[in-house]
Design a protein around this ligand. Structure first.
Ligand code: APR
Length: 254
């Protein structure tokens, strides 16, 4: 481990120890150690397919079929993904009471799988482990959707109202979940340390939260393999691997 990295990790430990309220903020980079690829690393499979925007999903049956096809391929690839050392480190901070919540852009449910209570995982981009009807809100198990999709080749519609059924994730062009955004803003403005890990910080409005915390007087730490646009305003930037760094800096994070 290089000397600058050792120094940065010592500073990270200090900042975490001194903080009263730590806001966790995660992106896809915290799940790559679990075998779930991120979106913008050079070899990401997500880069092969242009995302299907929400308006296209609504108006095109073909788009809905393609979206389900892609989703089930990806789900099969990552079935059995387990929480990484980063997830476990954050979970131990939550358990200690130091991290009241984790604001996440991820839809993989791995923070919950690491033991963080549902109410303390703030999912800005929804959750990919179930589906809902866009009209009446009825919730559907993905197994229900998949069996109908694979039997008929059609995108299933809601049994209650005939509405369009969609994975409970937030697509580009889709409104952000209001209650999650409210909870995220509240935590952003209540924290004195905003610890963001594994995000390229290029997708808004999520990427505006670290800057908001900083403007509000919190210390901002960015841990990411690559540089991010917010590095210049951070109090500490660590360009390193999340697993080794967090498991060293946060007790219980192994
Ligand atoms: N350790 C440290 N950093 C890592 C690791 C790791 N093990 N693995 C990946 N990274 C870094 C990558 O270098 C990259 O900068 O994590 C970052 C992940 O960035 P993105 O792939 O852009 O993911 P994210 O920031 O979560 O994307 C935000 O974009 O496509 C939408 O809705 C999608 O929620 C997603 C949003």
């Amino acid at each position: 481990m290089t000397d600058p990295l050792v120094k940065s990790m010592a500073l990270l430990r200090e900042l975490i120890d001194e903080a009263a309220v730590v806001a966790g903020f995660t992106g896809a980079g915290i799940s790559t150690e679990s075998g779930v690829p991120d979106f913008r690393s050079p070899d990401s499979p997500w880069m092969k397919n242009k995302p299907i925007p929400f308006d296209l999903y609504l108006k095109s049956e073909e788009a809905r079929k393609e979206a389900w096809r892609r989703k089930f391929i990806m789900d099969d690839l990552y079935r059995g993904a387990r929480p990484s050392r980063g997830h476990k480190a954050f979970a131990s901070l939550v358990e200690s009471g130091r991290m009241p919540g984790i604001i996440t852009q991820n839809i993989d449910g791995l923070h919950q799988a690491s033991g963080v209570p549902e109410t303390q995982v703030i999912e800005l981009h929804g959750n990919g482990t179930y589906a809902t009807c866009l009209s009446c809100g009825r919730r559907y198990d993905l197994g229900w959707v998949r069996s109908r999709f694979e039997a008929s080749g059609e995108a299933p519609v809601c049994e209650t109202c005939g509405g369009i059924v969609k994975s409970a994730t937030v697509s580009f062009g889709q409104a952000m979940p209001e209650s999650a955004m409210r909870k995220a803003l509240k935590l952003t403005l209540a924290c004195d340390l905003f610890l963001t890990v594994g995000s390229s910080l290029v997708v808004h409005p999520a990427a505006s939260l670290p800057a908001m915390a900083k403007e509000n007087g919190a210390k901002l730490v960015i841990l990411n393999r690559e540089p991010t646009p917010l590095d210049p305003i951070a109090d500490l930037v660590i360009h390193g691997e999340i697993g080794p760094v967090l498991s060293e800096c946060i007790p219980g994070g192994r």
